[in-house]
Design a protein around this ligand. Structure first.
Ligand SMILES: C[S@@+](CC[C@H](N)C(=O)[O-])C[C@H]1O[C@@H](n2cnc3c(N)ncnc32)[C@H](O)[C@@H]1O
Length: 215
């Protein structure tokens, strides 16, 4: 594994156990409707029917299109009640990735991994990226999506101090350092739904880094 971050870049304001921060379920949307719609559209375009999907750092929603059937959707997160309320998940497990980055999954067993508004909390993203390369099937993809907000006290310094553009470059750099090929990057403004959007109201900006394991 190739280290990218310095120890100080991994530090966060609130260094207490992340499991405590997520102990109570949050049945809220972390991203607005415009962002979620754009994300679901991306999944529809990118993830084939019948794929094995891993929703890493998930909650009670996975943002996958309702009408597409996948072979299985495996969920991971920090709150068991949120995960058991997520209707898309076939199974799930709880694991603090800042304490243990080893994923309890077979090598080359996943077609598409999703991380939504989660990468920004990883203190050891290099180890997670290396694990994701291991569990992804040749030709499979990793889709890391995020917007411009965060739980500030829980984001490591590298993210808390960075601009949107720096976040995109940072995710790509960590992935490539672990052997992922150069990813595709999406950076888009979204439009608020309904009338406000028609008269120019904007939604949460949409950012994604998409990497494909060589086939
Ligand atoms: C803002 S929520 C996003 C949840 C979900 N992906 C969504 O789109 O609503 C951040 C998520 O990151 C995950 N997370 C944060 N810190 C984590 C940690 N140390 N280990 C594992 N997962 C973590 C939790 O699953 C948490 O729900």
């Amino acid at each position: 594994m190739v280290q990218v971050l310095t120890e100080s870049q991994r530090r966060k304001w609130d260094s207490s156990d992340d499991a405590m921060f997520y102990a109570e379920p949050r049945f809220v949307h972390h991203l607005d409707a415009a962002f979620r719609q754009r994300l679901t559209q991306l999944y529809r375009e990118r993830i084939p029917t019948g794929a094995v999907v891993l929703d890493l750092m998930s909650s009670w929603v996975s943002h996958l299109p309702d009408d597409v059937a996948y072979a299985s959707v495996i969920g991971h997160g920090l709150n068991a009640r949120e995960l058991s309320a997520n209707p898309r998940l076939d199974r799930s497990w709880v694991q603090n990735l800042n304490a243990d980055q080893h994923l309890p999954l077979e090598s080359s067993s996943v077609d598409a991994t999703l991380i939504v508004a989660g990468w920004q909390y990883l203190q050891y993203p290099e180890a997670v990226a290396a694990e994701l390369l291991r569990v992804t099937r040749p030709g499979g993809q990793l889709i890391v999506a995020f917007s411009n907000r965060m739980f500030f006290t829980k984001a490591p310094q590298i993210w808390a101090d960075g601009s949107d553009r720096e976040h995109l470059a940072y995710v790509a750099e960590v992935l490539m350092a672990q052997g992922w090929p150069t990813p595709t990057v999406i950076a888009e403004q979204t439009r608020a739904p309904g009338l406000p959007g028609l008269i120019g109201a904007k939604g949460d900006p949409f950012f994604a880094v998409i990497a494909t394991r060589p086939g």
